[in-house]
Design a protein around this ligand. Structure first.
Ligand code: ZN
Length: 113
């Protein structure tokens, strides 16, 4: 259920932004979701709706933009794209990789009133 906690922190950010940028309503939230962030989009959407109920973002659209997972392969000594945390390097098949990106969740853009 970490999607619930994620949605709560998203709402916190929206409320802070609303104060800083003086808007009162959020229409759309565009969220970058890393392929390695272990977030379930369905759970995220559901929790977002629940958490934002009665808030400035009630009924706001949630657009998810998927970001590929990035890792550094120690064998190839170059960056590679991976689809999962436990995936092998697509070039050499080794598991000696370190995740360097695509493991986070980030608000990319807001549409507000
Ligand atoms: Zn490799």
């Amino acid at each position: 259920m970490h999607e619930m906690a994620l949605c709560e922190s998203i709402l916190d950010i929206l409320q802070e932004q609303a104060k800083a940028q003086r808007f009162s309503r959020v229409r759309t939230v565009r969220l970058e979701v890393g392929a390695l962030s272990c977030v379930e989009s369905e759970a995220l959407r559901f929790n977002f709706e629940v958490v934002t109920r009665g808030s400035l973002a009630e009924g706001a659209g949630l657009e998810l933009i998927e970001v590929a997972g990035e890792a550094w392969c120690l064998v190839c000594a170059q960056p590679v794209t991976v689809g999962g945390l436990l995936d092998a390097c697509p070039l050499c098949g080794s598991h000696q990789t370190q995740v360097t990106g695509g493991d986070t969740l980030q608000i990319k853009e807001l549409e507000v009133d």
